[in-house]
Design a protein around this ligand. Structure first.
Ligand code: FAD
Length: 428
């Protein structure tokens, strides 16, 4: 138990509430500018949505997610070589009612996709269009992407980019649903352009030892005593934050770096409410031998699907599983159809679906654990890349950051953290 009376000592410059990627990036930037920082984190460790549990020798990320190496903010904030990033192959393996097909590298190298003539996915015209879209999107800078008129991704695919329905249904829909965590593709077209450009210019990757290595690396630049865990802030009064345990923390300025929850909502106007967040469930299975034997994303192209995508994590990084095992990660996009299923029902239905391609093997895999995250991503109908001053500053002395202010990505979380640090450092 802590009770810190900083007024008797040198007062901390900035108190940061929340130790997710946004809070950690803000802390790193403030500290590098010579300011003292304290992070107060409600849970037992920092990382927020990026956590990796080690269970029986398996590394289980809390939900399948990847770092896109082209993210401009990640390039600034992270040391990629120290993270020992392991790339996922570009392209995907499509699981359709007609069998399993390779869909090569549609973002980075659409011409290679053209050569995959054997696959019946999409028309020739669609594949050619992919090339044109790549050229068009790569020609835009991020400011242009994030200030263009907004529509839904689905509408942009059909009307702006003229893709035909088979390419959308069999490839783009499961691929994007796995990223946007919604199957209607109502997410802003700005996110489609952003994600497309990031995939075209880099890799999807995970650190060899799991996604939690990313927050750990950010935290490693801070002094050890800058992070306090198991303390949930319940109120802020002027420059003092009080926690559930009754402890008080004082600083010159306070930064709310929590997720978009009731606490942060109570400190802002109604403009971006905690509504329509996107959820996902990740099921982990252990198997004796990889069913894919490659670090590649597998998509389920069936329309009435439960399983959206899956990947063998230990094919991406062997550290994810004990030496004689493989780790299968299965992602389900939460929707009205499946939101009330129990864990047991999800596991049973996932096995049944995958048995269509993998036969009775699907019943031999050992179920390890599931993670259901109801607020994995904020509502992304309207997104941006750069926050306004009003987004970042609540009133004199009180600031905020977090992915939800911009869009649901690690890039956005880092960007909001870096920009609020710049603003606070100028005002201290
Ligand atoms: C399953 C899943 C898949 C994803 N896939 C991708 C992907 O592939 N690529 C990508 O770029 N992004 C992905 N994302 C999004 C990305 O993880 C988030 O955008 C990012 O981690 C959000 O960081 P944050 O700091 O804004 O918020 P959080 O990570 O939510 O951090 C907020 C922190 O504040 C703490 N907190 C909350 N309330 C209080 C309080 N009152 N007092 C003290 N502490 C408090 C919380 O415990 C938490 O640690 C995914 C997310 C999930 C969950």
């Amino acid at each position: 138990m802590f009770c810190l009376f900083y007024h008797h000592k040198i007062m901390t410059d900035v108190l940061i509430i929340g130790g997710g990627i946004a809070g950690l990036t803000a802390a790193k930037n403030l500290y590098e500018k010579g300011l003292s920082v304290k992070i107060i984190e409600a849970s037992n460790r920092i990382g927020g949505k990026l956590k990796t549990d080690i269970i029986n020798g398996f590394r289980l990320d809390r939900g399948f997610q990847v770092l896109l190496t082209a993210y401009p903010e990640a390039k600034r904030a992270l040391n990629y070589s120290k993270l020992q990033l392991r790339n996922i192959d570009a392209g995907a393996i499509l699981h359709t009612d007609k069998g399993i097909f390779e869909f090569a590298d549609p973002f980075r190298n659409p011409s290679k996709t053209l050569s995959t003539l054997a696959n019946p996915i999409g028309t020739w015209a669609d594949k050619l269009r992919m090339l044109l879209v790549k050229t068009e999107i790569n020609g835009k800078d991020l400011h242009e992407i994030f200030t263009q008129p907004e529509t839904t991704t689905y509408q942009a695919l059909r009307e702006n980019y003229n893709f035909k329905s088979s390419l959308i249904e069999q490839f783009l829909n499961p691929f994007l649903a796995g990223i946007f965590l919604e199957k209607e593709l109502n997410t802003s077209n700005r996110m489609f352009d952003f994600i497309f450009q990031m995939f075209a210019n880099g890799n999807g990757a995970v650190p060899a030892l799991g996604m939690e290595q990313i927050p750990l690396q950010l935290a490693s630049s801070l002094p050890k005593d800058a992070i306090i865990t198991n303390e949930r802030v319940v109120s802020i009064n002027k420059n003092i934050a009080t926690t559930e345990n009754g402890n008080e923390f004082e600083a010159k300025k306070i930064l709310i770096a929590t997720d978009n929850n009731e606490f942060s909502e109570s400190y802002r106007s109604t403009q971006n409410k905690t509504e329509n967040t996107k959820g996902t469930t990740c099921l982990y299975f252990s198997m004796d031998k990889s069913i894919v034997k490659r670090p590649v994303l597998c998509l389920n192209s069936l329309q009435n699907r439960l399983v959206n995508n899956f990947v063998i994590m230990s094919d991406i990084s062997s550290d994810y599983a004990p030496i004689d095992k493989s780790l299968l990660s299965v992602s389900i996009v939460t929707d009205n159809e499946n939101k009330n299923f129990t864990e047991e029902e999800l596991v049973e239905k996932a096995r049944r679906e995958l048995s269509f391609w993998y036969g009775t093997h699907a019943y031999e895999w050992d179920f390890l654990k599931s993670y259901s995250i109801s607020d994995a991503l904020p509502n992304q109908k309207s997104v941006k890349n750069t926050p306004s001053i009003e987004d970042l500053k609540i009133h004199e002395g009180l600031y905020r950051c977090g992915d939800y202010l911009l869009n649901g990505s690690l890039n956005a979380a880092m960007r909001s953290g870096r920009l609020v640090a710049d603003l606070m450092a100028n005002e201290i």
